[in-house]
Design a protein around this ligand. Structure first.
Ligand code: ZN
Length: 203
């Protein structure tokens, strides 16, 4: 099997012969944050249902969500007054069958959130799994290491938090290693990552 994976090797060569995989595992969907018309709560979750309305040849498709506190159901427009022939038939069937994969996909969809003016709260949606055995980064005999970070869901994760959790180091120790160039990152340490990347630890 061909391997088209590309890795960004730091300028000094990296030369990591040890590799680790850190996996951002999905443990839940983000909350949909917008005000509820019936109570003061702002947190909603999908009801796992869509509603499709036909008006002549025009279709409306909504994703139904419900308030975490009072249970009131409300609608997020997914397609509005779209011509029946311009909506892929297979997709329409998935809406009509309340396809759970489509519910998940749309709940994670930042563009839909932007269009419909709500925010996603990613608190508690992921946990870090690592296959890394104990690795003393601060020891004298530490070997170069390549860490591949994979995301199961596009949760924005602060890179510093990932490093403290993954290496079991304090924030200060992480900052020190980034500042001294021992940890090579493809983004700033205080940035948020939400898709796969690779980092390197050099000796
Ligand atoms: Zn409510």
């Amino acid at each position: 099997m061909n391997d088209f994976r590309s890795t960004r090797v730091p300028a000094d060569g990296g030369g990591a012969d040890r590799k680790a995989l850190w996996f951002i595992r999905e443990v839940g969907l983000p909350a949909i944050v917008r005000s509820c018309v019936s109570c003061r709560s702002t947190r909603h979750h999908p009801t796992d249902k869509f509603r499709v309305n036909a008006n002549g040849k025009l279709l409306d498709v909504w994703m139904l969500i419900c308030c975490d506190l009072c249970g009131r159901t409300s609608k997020i427009p997914v397609h509005e007054r779209v011509h029946v022939q311009s909506l892929d038939h297979e997709l329409l069937v998935r809406f009509e069958n309340n396809d759970p994969a489509l519910v998940r996909q749309l709940t994670l969809d930042a563009a839909l959130a932007g269009r419909s003016s709500y925010r996603l709260d990613w608190t508690g949606t992921w946990e870090l799994e690592t296959d890394m055995p104990f690795y003393d980064l601060e020891g004298d005999d530490a070997a170069p290491l390549e860490v591949v970070v994979r995301f199961e869901l596009p949760a924005p994760v602060r890179v510093e938090k990932l490093l403290t959790a993954g290496f079991g180091l304090s924030r200060a120790a992480v900052r020190r290693m980034v500042d001294s160039g021992r940890i090579h990152l493809p983004m700033a340490v205080d940035a948020k990552a939400r898709e796969d990347f690779t980092l390197f630890v050099t000796t």
